[in-house]
Design a binder for this molecule. Structure first.
Ligand code: ATP
Length: 256
């Protein structure tokens, strides 16, 4: 199995707070890995370490074969990242936004022309090229942001809650695009709070208070927990962990 992401005992502390605690995970190339967990559990911190935006406190990790501690520039060049608050220029058109990011990624004019055409097609943005990004609805904005993150043909796409607050139809269209990209061999690491989306991932990791509590295929997790669906898996995991923490006497805000 070729892996796109591999980390062992990756840890990030902010002062006394352990945001990510000794995280060990691997994401096979070409798969979709859903990274789930309640608010504040450490998902974004993990993602920022994997993107080379935040230096881990300890542990080891590679992304596309590059070291997260020492090769963050190599990593940044090869991944597509869409943050929770993706930045589009609202007063620029769809095409101008793509042009801007093509400039950031230093695409040649022929690469730019080709990728723009491919991505406008992929995202279903044909006919909207001259529309201001600010006038697009949430679902379109999101697909434009995804297109911007894909301009440089990244091998790995990291998406932090890409569908938060978007209507169900737009979410479905967005996920169809994600699955299509995975079919083309792109690895996707995505965080979501929507269990219907999580259910379609190849792999799932569940993080709570910085600890990875469970990892596997959606069906493995459901079967292992002997419950009916993923939502119940997570409710059960949280319940068990809270009981464990209560027994261990860990107070709110303490080091966990
Ligand atoms: N720069 C920082 N300085 C101090 N604490 C931080 C910093 N970034 C994150 N944290 C803390 O680390 C913990 C994990 O936060 P993180 O943003 O990674 O969670 P999350 O799972 O992505 O949450 P959400 O679903 O709300 O985005 C939280 O307690 C948060 O307050």
């Amino acid at each position: 199995m070729t892996v796109a992401i591999q980390c062992e005992q990756l840890t990030k502390r902010f002062g006394q707070r352990v945001a990510v605690n000794s995280l060990t995970l691997s994401v096979p190339k070409g798969s979709i890995y859903g990274f789930l967990g309640p608010n504040g559990s450490g998902k974004s911190t993990t993602i920022r370490m994997l993107c080379g935006l935040l230096t881990p406190t300890s542990g080891t990790g590679t992304v596309l074969g590059f070291d997260v501690m020492t090769q963050s520039e190599e990593i940044k060049q090869r991944i597509g990242y869409m943050s929770q608050k993706f930045s589009l220029y609202e007063d620029l058109t769809v095409e101008e936004n793509l042009d801007f990011y093509a400039g950031v990624y230093q695409l040649t004019s022929s690469q730019r022309k080709q990728r723009k055409a491919e991505l406008i097609e992929m995202a279903g943005l044909k006919g909207r090229d001259k529309q201001l990004a600010g006038s697009l609805s949430g679902g379109w904005k999101q697909r434009l942001a995804l297109s911007c993150a894909l301009l440089h043909n990244p091998e790995l796409l990291i998406l932090d809650e890409p569908t938060a607050g978007v209507d169900p139809v737009s979410r479905r269209i967005f996920w169809d695009v994600i699955h299509e990209l995975a079919k083309q061999g792109i690895t996707v690491l995505v965080t979501t709070h929507y269990m219907d989306e999580a259910q379609t991932c190849d792999w799932i990791g569940f993080i709570f208070f910085g600890n990875l509590l469970a990892q596997g295929t959606p069906q493995e997790l459901i079967d292992g927990m002997e419950v009916g669906n993923l939502e119940d898996v997570f409710i059960e995991l949280v319940k068990r962990e809270e009981e464990r923490l209560a027994k261990a006497g860990a107070g709110e805000g303490g080091v966990r």
